[in-house]
Design a protein around this ligand. Structure first.
Ligand code: 13P
Length: 345
């Protein structure tokens, strides 16, 4: 079916109490894997491209890949711009055929963020496209820890990792979360469709250990009544029942991704976890086939691994079965991963 807009899939998800995964694609194999996973589980899905991914693959290539995949899929597929940092990038994506935009002006003064977002909402809404915008600040782990510090932390037992991360970055994160009254003003004055409101997550974390400020998220959703977007989801504690084993001590008001979906999180962005899974499987395949000449023998297993990982997330967000395609459930989709006959190499 043709690319869907994020408004269609997210308003339905909010009304029915589940969330939709927004998975970052970096190359053709990841894009195929994400849509394949959604097809197999009969789930709506958002594929999203960062400005870095657009620079790497080219705007036309990204748009064409998403369009071809959507056209062949029996479930709704949305193409979203992730973290567009200026007006021109948004206009270019709108013109190219994206079906969902984002302006990220979180590091601007609030007045300026409101003015810029309102401009983009104005042009996007004039052609029926929805817009996401960000307030508060979802921090990035690379800006908080050096590579050497991260490597040192990751070598430790999980509970110890959490203890150190809490001490080193906990306060910084807390200082950057969004405020409900600002969120309401932002939504009222911009007309934005979805709000990426920082409630404690950090881009680029690993291990599903980081708790969210559920109390703050609830206040923001109650004040704005629009779907809230989760950024930095790869490192977030998935379920409170995992807290003990991971040594996570929840403070008052904190909770997990599952708690967050109940109180407003509706679009859940996942990038790091899929990229790491892709690389892990590709390197594993390379290790098993030293001297391999055919890149497909390394990229194919990486693509399969991303299908499996994406399916885990779709089930967690409970969007499986919500794609509106009875025929899609149990389908194996159409990845070009089958046996290659002699002469077809
Ligand atoms: P992670 O890389 O932490 O999953 O965050 C992704 C994201 O928020 C993209 O906008």
């Amino acid at each position: 079916m043709p690319l869907a807009t994020s408004r269609e899939v997210l308003l339905k998800a909010r009304a029915e109490g589940y969330a939709v995964g927004a998975f970052n694609l970096n190359n053709m194999e990841m894009a195929q894997a994400i849509v394949q996973a959604a097809t197999e589980l009969n789930s709506p899905v958002i594929v999203q491209a960062s400005q870095g991914a657009i620079k790497y693959a080219g705007l036309e290539m990204i748009t064409a890949m998403a369009r071809v995949l959507a056209d062949g899929a029996p479930v709704p597929v949305v193409l979203h711009l992730d973290h567009g940092t200026d007006y021109k990038q948004n206009v270019k994506c709108l013109r190219a055929g994206f079906t969902s935009l984002m302006f990220d002006g979180h590091d601007l003064p609030l007045e300026q963020n409101i003015a810029m977002t309102a401009n983009i909402v104005d042009i996007a809404h004039s052609v029926g496209l929805p817009v996401e915008a960000e307030i508060g600040s979802v921090l990035t782990i690379e800006n908080l820890l050096t590579d050497a510090e991260m490597a040192e932390i990751r070598a430790l037992e999980i509970p110890k990792q959490f203890e150190i991360l809490r001490k080193k970055i906990g306060r910084t994160v807390e200082e950057h979360i969004a405020k409900p009254e600002e969120a309401k003003r932002f939504v009222d004055e911009t007309g934005v469709d979805f709000l990426a409101a920082a409630v404690g997550s950090v881009h680029g974390l690993w291990l599903d250990i980081w708790p969210l400020r559920i109390d703050r998220l609830k206040e923001i959703f109650e004040a704005t009544q629009i779907p809230i977007v989760s950024h930095g989801s790869s490192g977030v504690l998935i379920d409170q029942s995992h807290a003990i084993e991971k040594g996570v001590e929840l403070l008052p008001g904190e909770g997990s991704l599952k708690d967050a979906i109940k109180v407003g999180y509706t679009k859940i962005n996942v990038a790091t976890a899929l990229s790491m899974e892709f690389n892990r499987a590709m390197l594993e395949a390379a290790g098993k086939r030293p001297g391999e000449k055919d890149p497909r023998k390394l990229l194919g297993p990486a693509r399969d691994a991303v299908v499996a990982k994406t399916k885990e997330y779709i089930r967690l967000f409970e969007s499986d079965g919500k794609g509106g395609s009875p025929a899609a459930s149990g389908s194996t989709g159409s990845l070009g991963g089958g046996t290659v006959a002699r002469g077809e190499e």
